[in-house]
Design a binder for this molecule. Structure first.
Ligand SMILES: Nc1ncnc2c1ncn2[C@@H]1O[C@H](COP(=O)(O)OP(=O)(O)OP(=O)(O)O)[C@@H](O)[C@H]1O
Ligand SMILES: [Mg+2]
Length: 263
C-alpha cells in the first residue's frame, strides 16, 4: 500500500467515521483509488457506504495474518474492508497477539489503491493500536468544544507514547468537525488549535444536515447532496490533505478556497 492514513480520536462521536468515509469518497472523485478499512466493530463506515457485515471475514483474516476481505462499493474509486460485531467479541484473542497484525494483513492485501484510510473506534484498544501501527499518517477529527480540546490533548499524549512502537507515525492533520462559526467557543478553540498545531489545522467541516443524513442512505455526501456545504467542505479538506501528504505548498488550495467562497 502506497499510503496508509488512520482517522483517530479516543473521544466518541466527533466525526471520525464521517471524515473517513467522505475523505475516501472525495479522493475517489478526484480519480484516486482508495481502500476504506473499517476497524470499528460498530461497522459505521461499512453502513455509511451501504454495506452490512458481521465482521467474520475480517476477524478471520486478522487471526490468520492473511489478506483482508475486500468488497466493492457503489462509490466511484472506493473499495471497502467491512467490519462488524464479530470483531468486538474477539478482543481478548487479538489483544494477546500484538499490535502488528493489521500491518501484516495489509502487506498481504494486493490491489492498485493509491491510499488506505482506516476508520478507528473511540478507544485505545487492539483495533486502534493496530491501525496506528499500520499507518504513517494520523488524521484527528476534533469538535470545536472545550471537551473536544481536552480529548485532543489526551490523544496527542497517546500518539507520542506510541511513537516508541512506530517512529514513522505523525499527526498529519487536525480537522475541526461539526463547526458552528456563530459560537464564540468555536473561535477560541480554533485559536488554541492553531497555536498547538501550527500549519496542521485543516479548513473546517461545518455542521451540516446533509452530512448527518447521508449514512442513512448508505452513501457519502457527494452522492446524496453533491452541492451541499458538507460536500464542499470535505472536497476542500481532501485537496488540502492531498497537498499535505504529498509535500506540496498550499497555495493551490488557497486559490480553490477563494473560488469556493466566492460562489
Ligand atoms: N459535520 C457534521 N454535521 C452534521 N452531523 C455530523 C457531522 N459530522 C458528523 N455528524 C454526525 O454526528 C454523529 C457522529 O459522527 P461520526 O459517527 O462520524 O462520529 P465518530 O467519531 O465516528 O463516532 P464513534 O466514536 O461512535 O465512532 C453521526 O450521527 C454523524 O452523522
Ligand atoms: Mg465512528
Amino acid at each position: 500500500m502506497k499510503r496508509v492514513l488512520a482517522v483517530v480520536n479516543l473521544k466518541g462521536g466527533v466525526g471520525k467515521t464521517t471524515t473517513a468515509v467522505n475523505l475516501a469518497a472525495c479522493w475517489g472523485e478526484t480519480g484516486k483509488k482508495v481502500l476504506l478499512v473499517d476497524m470499528d466493530p460498530q461497522g459505521s463506515a461499512s453502513i455509511s457506504v451501504g454495506v452490512m457485515n458481521e465482521g467474520n471475514e475480517l476477524l478471520d483474516a486478522l487471526q490468520r495474518g492473511a489478506a483482508l476481505p475486500i468488497v466493492s462499493t457503489g462509490v466511484p474509486g472506493l473499495d471497502l474492508v467491512p467490519s462488524g460485531m464479530a470483531l468486538a467479541n474477539a478482543g481478548m484473542w487479538l489483544q494477546e497477539n500484538g499490535n502488528d497484525i493489521l500491518t501484516r494483513c495489509l502487506e498481504q492485501t494486493h490491489g492498485d489503491w493509491d491510499l488506505a484510510i482506516i476508520d478507528c473506534p473511540p478507544s485505545l484498544g487492539f483495533h486502534t493500536m493496530n491501525s496506528l501501527m499500520a499507518s504513517k499518517h494520523v488524521v484527528v477529527p476534533v469538535e470545536t468544544s472545550f471537551l473536544g480540546l481536552n480529548g485532543l490533548k489526551q490523544m496527542v499524549g497517546a500518539i507520542e507514547t506510541f511513537k516508541l512502537q512506530n517512529p514513522d507515525i505523525a499527526i498529519e492533520a487536525i480537522i475541526p468537525c461539526r463547526a458552528q462559526r456563530r459560537r464564540r467557543i468555536h473561535w477560541d478553540i480554533m485559536d488554541t488549535l492553531k497555536e498547538m498545531f501550527p500549519g496542521k489545522v485543516s479548513p473546517i467541516i461545518r455542521e451540516n444536515v446533509s452530512l448527518a443524513e447521508a449514512p442513512g442512505r448508505g452513501k457519502p455526501v457527494i452522492l446524496t447532496d453533491r452541492l451541499s456545504k458538507g460536500a464542499d467542505d470535505y472536497r476542500l479538506v481532501t485537496l488540502w490533505l492531498d497537498d499535505r501528504i504529498n509535500g506540496m505548498e498550499y497555495s493551490a488550495v488557497n486559490q480553490v478556497r477563494q473560488l469556493l467562497s466566492a460562489i
